[in-house]
Design a protein. Structure first.
Length: 256
């Protein structure tokens, strides 16, 4: 017969240590589980937001690039007088005048700037818009958009910022020259020359020579021309000088 073990009431009321410890562990796991689930849901939500922003950015960029491509397509559309017989038969699109073509392109570039001004396509649109106005001899508009381009360029921190800045300076120098502000034109040609960027020096020197001639400084202008022939003999600017040795003969229309 089994021996009876007498358990006191105090012992019965005392909780089992193993069971108590297990309860605590399970309770902590339950609490941590809720935290883990909450953290996981937060991460998923964050990833969804990141993907949504990235998708929105890609979509906006694609729209901007599409408008930009339309502007370039307009500029590449031939004038009516340039159409071949086959193109006429096919009914290919054309423009009656260069002015009409550039006006459509200007409108498209402005659309890119208005809708996507802070994007890279918006930056590119500013530059081409300034160049178009320069081509149309609308000097004030050209200067305005070159300035806009330079301001936007600083915000983008582009790797090509140095070269793009210099091309804008050359454009601004030509615009100031066109409007008769020769001192300002000289200032921007000098900015390019001070950069020591080999690619642009011959063009800037020729521009400087023309501007000095307009200011009545014939001798410094002639010295600038001689420098081009000595330093850049194979450049198109030196070739131009062989047929126009005088800086006064180098009108903007004769610039390469």
């Amino acid at each position: 017969m089994a021996k009876k073990i007498k358990v006191s009431r105090k012992q019965i009321k005392k909780p089992d240590e193993f069971i108590t410890f297990t309860d605590r562990v399970l309770k902590q796991l339950s609490e941590k589980k809720n935290l883990v689930i909450g953290a996981g849901a937060g991460i998923v939500l964050l990833l969804l937001l990141i993907n949504l922003v990235a998708y929105s950015y890609r979509t906006q960029r694609q729209k901007a690039e599409y408008l930009l491509a339309q502007a370039f397509s307009i500029l590449n559309t031939p004038l009516t007088e340039e159409l071949t017989t086959d193109q006429i038969i096919k009914g290919s699109k054309s423009y009656a005048t260069q002015k009409e073509r550039s006006e459509d392109a200007i409108a498209k570039f402005k659309q890119v700037i208005d809708k996507f001004g802070k994007s890279e396509p918006g930056l590119e649109a500013r530059y081409h818009l300034a160049s178009l106005y320069l081509e149309r001899k609308e000097w004030e508009n050209a200067l305005y958009y070159f300035q806009e381009f330079l301001s936007a360029l600083k915000e983008h921190h582009s790797q090509a910022e140095f070269n793009l800045t210099l091309t804008a300076y050359l454009g601004m120098a030509q615009a100031y020259y066109g409007k008769g502000d020769y001192e300002k034109a000289l200032e921007y040609y000098q900015k390019v020359l001070d950069s020591k960027a080999e690619t642009y020096l011959a063009e800037a020197s020729l521009g400087k020579a023309r501007t000095l001639a307009k200011l009545g400084k014939t001798q410094p202008a002639q010295q600038e021309l001689e420098k081009i022939i000595q330093l850049y003999p194979d450049s198109i600017y030196a070739c131009l000088l062989y047929t126009s040795p005088s800086p006064r003969d180098l009108s903007p229309s004769r610039m390469p």
